[in-house]
Write a protein that binds this ligand. Structure first.
Ligand code: MN
Length: 347
């Protein structure tokens, strides 16, 4: 098991030299951020990214993420061209020796929060999700001003997307995911790349858009679609945690037994009433995820993939990218390293 850390490339305000100073962190989780969704990631650019990381005595362990073009999710006739490009990007990743690819299949929006700086009693701030507040939003009538989103869609485009996805629904979205996986997983396998889908965050439908990677059953269904070690999962405890009906440890254990967990996002959340939640520090007792039990399962199953601290709070006056400051994520990495050592030595 390797402990990794997400880095947003040369534009990241946190340099690799700082990440290197976090004891226990050896892996970098990154991506190329200036390639439009759907285009091929050239081998040369992947090598450049890899080499820039290796020069700082770290290694590029995970690509998070190569975005899946919206036409693939919508199952449009144009999807085949984008799928071909995706296959080529995976081949190029494999040539550069990058073993893991995290991706997601969320329509239109990636992770969604209603507040990026909720105050906690200790004076730190964190990301939170108020179920009622998000439910009230009518995307058709108001501009995109919720934090965390790109504003790359006009009102007309958003309306068109909402209409299309309303027609697609969950059943067809699964079919579109299946079509994608059947086309790309064999290429990933040939290329020595293990794909790892990231669950939907939050794990339920928002704005009437279908969302399908939401809990234990959907993760099992996903890995069954193509029976290959290259068709796996990013087990994100913070994305799955808001699903109050899900037994995280039972699901993780089952997926580990099938050898389908390649990447783990370890963070904690505190559930509030009615589907609302906020992100806490990493420690078990601050939230609803038992981080010890998650780590125990990983150690017991000789997990060979990568884990990383996920979003952190903003602490010690740090500002910057919401969820991706240095300090609290570094504390998270140390906590994970401590849990790991204690469990390994306690054996
Ligand atoms: Mn995550």
């Amino acid at each position: 098991m390797e402990i990794g850390f997400r880095w947003y490339g040369k534009e990241d305000t946190i340099p690799l030299q700082y990440i290197r100073q976090i004891p226990s962190v050896t892996g970098i989780v990154s991506a190329i951020y200036d390639i439009p969704a759907g285009d091929i990631w050239p081998a040369e650019k992947i090598r450049e990214l890899r080499d820039s990381i290796e020069r700082e005595n770290l290694r590029l362990s995970v690509i998070e993420s190569i975005p899946v073009h919206e036409d693939i999710k919508m199952g449009k006739p144009t999807r085949d061209r984008y799928i071909d490009n995706y296959r080529e990007s995976i081949r190029n990743m494999g040539k550069a020796g990058i073993p893991y690819l995290c991706y997601n299949f969320m329509p239109v929006f990636d992770w969604t929060r209603s507040n990026l700086s909720m105050s906690l009693p200790d004076g730190s701030t964190t990301l939170s999700y108020d179920f009622g507040e998000v439910e009230k939003i009518n995307l058709r009538e108001q501009a995109l001003d919720l934090p965390g989103w790109g504003t790359k869609y006009t009102k007309e485009e958003i309306n068109r997307l909402l209409d299309t996805y309303a027609e697609i629904g969950e059943v067809q979205l699964w079919k579109n995911l299946e079509y994608f996986l059947k086309a790309v997983v064999p290429v990933a396998e040939e290329s020595g790349v293990k794909m790892a889908i990231h669950p939907d965050d939050p794990p339920w439908s928002i704005f009437g858009l279908p969302r399908i990677i939401t809990g234990a059953e959907s993760l099992e269904k996903l890995v069954s679609i193509v029976d290959s070690p290259s068709n796996g999962v990013t087990f994100c405890t913070g994305s799955l945690g808001p699903n109050a009906t899900m037994d995280l440890t039972a699901s993780l254990e089952s997926l580990l037994e099938r050898k389908r967990v390649h990447f783990v996002h370890m963070r904690n959340i505190k559930r509030l009433d009615n589907g609302s939640f906020y992100e806490t520090g990493h420690l078990s007792h601050t939230g609803d995820v038992d981080m010890y039990r998650i780590m125990k399962l990983l150690v017991d199953h000789h997990f060979e993939g990568v884990i990383r601290p996920d979003h952190g709070r903003n602490i010690w006056g740090e500002t910057g990218k919401p969820g991706y400051g240095l300090y609290d994520r570094a504390l998270g990495a140390m906590y994970l390293a401590g849990l790991k050592e204690a469990i390994e030595k306690g054996k």
